[in-house]
Structures are given as C-alpha cells and as structure tokens.
Design a protein around this ligand. Structure first.
Ligand SMILES: Cc1cc2nc3c(=O)[nH]c(=O)nc-3n(C[C@H](O)[C@H](O)[C@H](O)COP(=O)(O)O)c2cc1C
Ligand code: SF4
Length: 434
C-alpha cells in the first residue's frame, strides 16, 4: 500500500460515498488548484512527468498545454472510460471503488484547460461503474463540488456520463468524439488533433481514467512527491491488470520500473501449479508477445520497448506452457477482425484474411506457404492502416511467428493443432474480462 497512489484509498470502507471521501481529504486539490492559475496547474503536472495511462503514454501536462487560448470556442474535457482492450480491467476498479477521485481529477483538469463542461465516455457494458458514477455525480452536485460557482470560487464545472455503444474502436479518441456527438464511432483524420479541434470542433482534451485519477495527488503533494516512484522518464506508479495462467489474477498498482518477475511472482502469485511460463503480453492485446526468456525486464515504457514490446494499457496476459501460440494468435486476431470498423481496406481485409489463415492452420493445418503469406499480409498492414487498431492487430501474428515459427510449422505437418489440451484458456478469460 505504501507504493499506491490511485488505489491508496481503496481499503477505506465507504470511500465510494462523498461524506467518507471528504473526511479523508477529498476535493482538497480542487480548492488548491483553483487558487493557482491554469498555467501553474499545467506546470505542476508537466513537472511530475505524468504520462497518459490510456496506452500511448503521451505526457499529460504537455497535452494540456496544446489547448489554444482565445479561440472564442468553448473547451471540453473528455474522460476516456471505454476500456475495451482484452486483458485490461483497471479503470473499472478505479470508477467502482473510488469514483470521487476521478471527478476531483476532472475538475482540476477542467480548470487547467479552461473548460466548464466535461464528459465521461464509459464502456456501455460497464453497468456497475455507470451506476456508481451516476450516484457520485449527483452527490457532487448536491454538495456544491459540481455545478455553477463551485464552493463559491466563481468556477463552473459540469460533468455528464455517456455510455458507449459496445465497440472497441470507440476507445480511440477521435472515434470516441464521433460517438459522443451522436454518430457511429469512426476514427477521424489527424491532424488536427482533438486538443485543437475535438468535440463539436472545439478544443478538447481526452484523458484516460487512471491519468485523471493521478491528478489530485500531484496537485496536493507536488511534482517531486510523485517522482519518488518510477524512473526518470516513466515516473509514478501504474496499475497492471494481470490475467491468464497466474494464481492470483487482478489489478496491482506498483511503481513503474518494477521488475516484471516481481509483479508476476510476488503480486500475481506466480504461474499456476505444475506449469512453467511460456509468454507474456505486457500491455494489453495490441502489443507484441514476449517469450519467457525476454521477460527479465523492468516495467517501464522504455525497458519494455527495448525488449520488443510496449507498456500500452498495461493489461498483462500471462500464458504458460499449455498455450498453443497459433491458437493464441487466432483468438486475438478474431477480436480485431470483429472490431475492425471497416473504414479502410488494409485493416478490413487484412484482419479477415489473417483470421481465415490462422483458423485453417489451427483446424486443418493449412499450407506451409501460409506462414510467409501471413507475414506478407502483416507487412502490407503495418503503418498503412487509417488508425492504430489495424496497425496493432498484427502484433500477435508477427511476434508469434518470430518467436514460435516452429509451432506454426508443426501445425502444417500435423494437419492441425498438435497440442491436445488447452486448459486455462488464458486469452479467452482475458477477452471476457476486458
Ligand atoms: C483502438 C483503440 C482503442 C483505445 N481504447 C482506449 C480506451 O478504452 N481507453 C483509453 O483511455 N484509451 C484508449 N485508447 C487510446 C486513446 O486513443 C487515447 O490515446 C487516450 O484515451 C488518451 O488518454 P491519456 O493521454 O490519458 O492516455 C485507444 C486507442 C485505440 C487506437
Ligand atoms: S484501421 Fe481498422 S479500425 Fe481503424 S479505420 Fe481502418 S478499418 Fe477502421
């Protein structure tokens, strides 16, 4: 617990309600931030080095500073609570257990970027978090922490909930904006970036739930306090959602830079009885798979990238020696094929084609040349898709063939999957959780 920031109050009974939240120092950062200028708030967040926790890891303070001033248009803040990536389930816990922490971070962020209206775009299937947030928002309005002239400060701040429509693409920030405006969620061409032209073509900042939950703590305690955790380039803590073949799956908040094996063994209880570690996807389903021998690394943005993968949303999917890597790739590509919005050809056709080949390999063995054909397809998708969904859908195929080509070949020789048992079904479990 000593190493927790956004989960630090989770053990307090009743923290979900505004009275207990206020008794435990809640909304203090709003008062403090409103006595600071927006530029001072942005400078504090910049100095903390906080990086966006939604996947891309972009510096939060810098993003906030991109909002143009004096355009005459309203500014908006949007909290991205879509959380649909297989293996990722951290924002759900943040919203369900301590909803006022998120609202507090949002009010501070609104002040920083000059916005009086904010939206929380919540994954539609998250019925529990929607209920909890709805109640928290009502409480905050009733107690004068939201609405006109909050706490007599002269600052107006309104927050509305918007349930999503069940599409992974709506977590991509520009598609999210289309969906929020009432259209089918399809990605927009960038630039212009949302900070300049976002919701209703007005300056808009989009931040992940975990990112915004860190903000009150940074304002209350200062940038240097935040930097006591993590590394120079990846400061603070991070919630890792661990799923798959571990003894204790769950959300764990740990300092960035912690060894991967510490998370796996000390927190997640290690690999299940009688098995050994085979592979880990460190950052949600859209990043390359790391074989066990490459898992002796630290969990920060730079170290994971150096090992050949990415931190992403930090949904860690763990696979033991019972996992067939063709089966795993097929499962993941099945998800992307289903979620491809169809706007651009490389992703729409590529995800479908990859799935058909992987399915054939798994079921009947396919042809030897299919393995190189798969690589050819991924090559024709990489960097050629309209949005990151298509580009990332190839991760499991490329890394799967790179590290386990012999398994793909064994499927051809065996005329189908040579592994009889598929207990655990790590990826199915992760997909269900995500
Ligand atoms: C297909 C796709 C799905 C995404 N889903 C989410 C999501 O559910 N939640 C999220 O915060 N970011 C998601 N992102 C990243 C957002 O586009 C965006 O970078 C993020 O919300 C910015 O917040 P941050 O700077 O606080 O990380 C997704 C990106 C892509 C390409
Ligand atoms: S890459 Fe896929 S999800 Fe993104 S625009 Fe193209 S078809 Fe749609």
């Amino acid at each position: 617990m000593a190493n927790e920031i956004v989960f630090s109050q989770n053990h307090i009974p009743g923290i979900r309600g505004i009275d207990v939240y206020l008794e435990n120092g809640g909304y203090r950062s709003v008062k403090k931030a409103l006595e600071m200028t927006p530029a001072e708030v942005i400078a504090e967040v910049k100095d903390s080095g906080l990086r966006g926790r939604g996947g891309a890891g972009f510096p939060t303070g810098m993003k906030w500073s991109f909002v143009p001033q004096n355009t005459g248009k309203p500014h908006y803040l949007v909290c991205n609570a879509d959380e649909s990536e297989p293996g990722t389930f951290k924002d759900r816990e943040l919203m369900e257990v301590n909803p006022h922490q998120l609202l507090e971070g949002m009010i501070v962020a609104c002040h920083a970027i000059g916005a009086n209206r904010a939206f929380i775009y919540v994954r539609g299937e998250y019925v529990g978090p929607l209920r909890v947030l709805n109640q928290a928002i009502e409480e905050a309005y009733a107690r004068g922490w939201l609405g006109e002239n909050i706490q007599g400060t002269g600052f107006d701040c309104h927050i509305s909930l918007h349930p999503g429509a069940g599409a992974y693409i709506c977590g991509e920030e520009s598609a999210l904006l289309d969906s929020l405006e009432g259209r089918r969620g399809l990605p927009r061409l960038k630039p212009p970036f949302p900070a300049v032209s976002g919701l209703y073509r007005s300056p808009t900042i989009i931040n992940n739930v975990e990112t915004l939950c860190n903000v009150p703590h940074i304002i209350n305690n200062g940038a240097q306090w935040f930097r006591q955790w993590g590394t120079e380039k990846s400061p603070g803590t991070k919630i890792f959602s661990v799923s798959g073949h571990v003894r204790k799956p769950g959300n764990y908040e740990i300092p960035l830079g912690t060894p991967l094996m510490t998370l796996l063994n000390d927190y997640a209880g290690g690999i299940r009885e009688g098995h050994t570690l085979k592979a880990i996807i460190p950052g949600g389903s859209s990043v390359p798979i790391l074989p066990a021998e490459k898992c002796d690394i630290n969990l920060d943005y730079e170290s994971i990238q150096a090992a050949g993968s990415m931190l992403g949303s930090a949904g860690m999917i763990v696979m033991d020696d019972s996992t067939c890597m063709v089966w795993a790739a097929r499962n993941l590509v099945h998800f992307y094929r289903h979620e491809s919005c169809g706007k651009c050809t490389p992703c729409r056709e590529g995800t479908d084609w990859m799935y058909k080949i992987l399915n054939e390999l798994e079921e009947t063995g396919g042809r030897k040349e299919d393995i190189d054909l798969l690589l050819d397809i991924t090559d024709n998708m990489d960097g050629k898709c309209f949005c990151p969904l298509g580009d990332t859908s190839i991760a499991s195929v490329v890394s799967g063939i790179e590290h386990w080509r012999h398994e793909f070949e064994a499927h051809v020789e065996n005329r189908g999957c040579p592994m009889r048992r598929r207990e655990g079904a790590a990826l199915e479990g992760a997909a269900a959780a995500g």
